[in-house]
Design a protein around this ligand. Structure first.
Ligand code: HEC
Length: 106
């Protein structure tokens, strides 16, 4: 199926181009704060009052970068299957916004 193969190639090119674009989708940290609240991240994380079930995220913006968070949040068990953190149920713009919010915590 030549047609199918080409659309796959085109999709891959578009994805790579998107990943390399200097201004990749910038999240909105104000909206991201709402995503953080809606997804109840605070059940396990505090922002400056110490470790709960998960680590305090008050400074996560200085210790982690966007690429790390984009990989980690949808699949926390990727590196360590024993990780108790559930996958963040945010996709697309919500995930970008959530990451922008976390990166603003320094
Ligand atoms: C059920 C509890 C739980 C919930 C809910 C939860 N987390 Fe976590 N999270 C954890 C635990 C536990 C870890 C530490 C995992 C480890 O390193 O072993 C963690 C780690 C993290 C880390 C990595 C911190 C670092 O620098 O190592 C980030 C970022 C994070 N969580 C963000 C979130 C966000 C955003 C949400 C909401 C979408 C969320 N978490 C919801 C338990 C939770």
């Amino acid at each position: 199926m030549a047609k199918g193969r080409w659309s796959g190639v085109i999709a891959a090119v578009v994805l790579v181009a998107g990943a390399m674009a200097p201004v990749a989708a910038q999240g909105d940290k104000v909206k991201g704060e709402k995503v953080y609240a809606d997804l109840k991240c605070s059940m396990c994380h505090t922002l400056g009052t110490g470790k709960k079930m998960g680590p305090d995220l008050a400074k996560v913006g200085s210790t982690r970068d966007k690429a790390w968070l984009a990989k980690y949040l949808p699949n926390p068990k990727g590196e360590n299957p024993k990780n108790k953190m559930p996958a963040a149920k945010a996709k697309g713009a919500d995930l970008d916004n959530l990451i922008a919010y976390l990166l603003s915590l320094k």
